[in-house]
Design a protein around this ligand. Sequence first.
Ligand SMILES: Nc1ncnc2c1ncn2[C@@H]1O[C@H](COP(=O)(O)OP(=O)(O)OP(=O)(O)O)[C@@H](O)[C@H]1O
Ligand SMILES: [Mg+2]
Length: 142
Amino acid sequence: MKINISKSLEDTNKLAKNVLANLGDKKLLLLQGDLGSGKTTFAKAVAQHLGVEDVVTSPTFTLMKVYKTKHKQFDRLVHVDLYRLDSVGVDELVELGLQEFIDDSKSLVLIEWSERLEKKIENSIQIIFDIKKDKEREIVVK
Ligand SMILES: Nc1ncnc2c1ncn2[C@@H]1O[C@H](COP(=O)(O)OP(=O)(O)OP(=O)(O)O)[C@@H](O)[C@H]1O
Ligand SMILES: [Mg+2]
């Protein structure tokens, strides 16, 4: 577990780059934390580092967006936001079409509001955002 303090968008961007560089065999990022704590900001930084050219916006009203990347390992970035769902079980993951992306080695999956998952998905990296001050965020990576 690593506790990071971000004092700017630039810091959060660097942290995203660092997480990507240290994925190991993992390809699922579970983002947690309050409204406005920086999850989408982090997701946009991940997209930028993967070479996504489309504009990345919060998928709050669409649940899931799939972006093409220019990355050598990952063909796709799958950006999910579970805010509007109460609880998401294994059946819902399949229903949403998410399970196949989780199982696909060429897709990097990033889930905002992963608190909504009934069970933490195995082999994932948890990233927990906490608002400290106006521009300061504590970001714990486990
Ligand atoms: N150090 C920082 N890192 C990330 N975001 C920051 C930081 N300082 C200030 N901010 C601001 O905090 C806000 C974070 O919003 P963002 O949409 O990323 O949050 P979120 O966690 O995705 O919220 P939601 O749950 O509503 O989707 C942005 O307006 C961003 O500019
Ligand atoms: Mg968001």
